[in-house]
Design a protein around this ligand. Structure first.
Ligand code: THU
Length: 131
């Protein structure tokens, strides 16, 4: 899938967000090595702390369908500058691909690209005594 199409998938997922508390819908589209895409949106909860971010919902969708071979993730939100995933999502994404390519788009047409290695260095160092 080309970059624009992946971003459009993230925008379409964003439209499904349940975000009545923040009014900040986010969409994510996680691409596997064969081009299959799994999407996610944020799912908020009255107790706030139970909120699930779009990225982690996309990971859950993919893993529960038997897929872990991720190539890229696109995320979309309505902000001045493209957002970057929260710390919890960085750690969850690193579980499957520590250098995952992240494309972040806003609705103004800007797309920023990150590597997860830069956003979360040493993702596994020191956890379970790993060097
Ligand atoms: N959120 C995401 O879904 N992904 C991000 O990368 C940033 C934040 C959600 C969580 C919450 O529902 C709302 O955006 C405000 O933080």
């Amino acid at each position: 899938m080309d970059t624009i199409a992946l971003v459009e998938s993230a925008k379409a997922a964003r439209a499904l967000a349940h975000a009545p508390y923040s009014n900040f819908p986010v969409g994510a589209a996680l691409e596997c090595s064969d081009g299959t895409v799994f999407t996610g949106c944020n799912v908020e909860n009255l107790s706030f702390g139970l909120t699930m971010c779009a990225e982690r919902v996309a990971v859950g969708n993919a893993v529960s369908a038997g897929r872990r071979d991720f190539r890229r993730i696109a995320i979309a939100a309505d902000t001045d500058a493209p957002i970057s995933p929260c710390g919890a999502c960085r750690q969850v994404l690193a579980e499957f691909h520590p250098s995952l390519q992240i494309l972040s788009a806003n609705l103004k047409g800007q797309i920023e690209e990150f590597s997860l290695t830069d956003l979360l260095p040493r993702a596994s160092t020191g956890i379970l005594n790993r060097p």
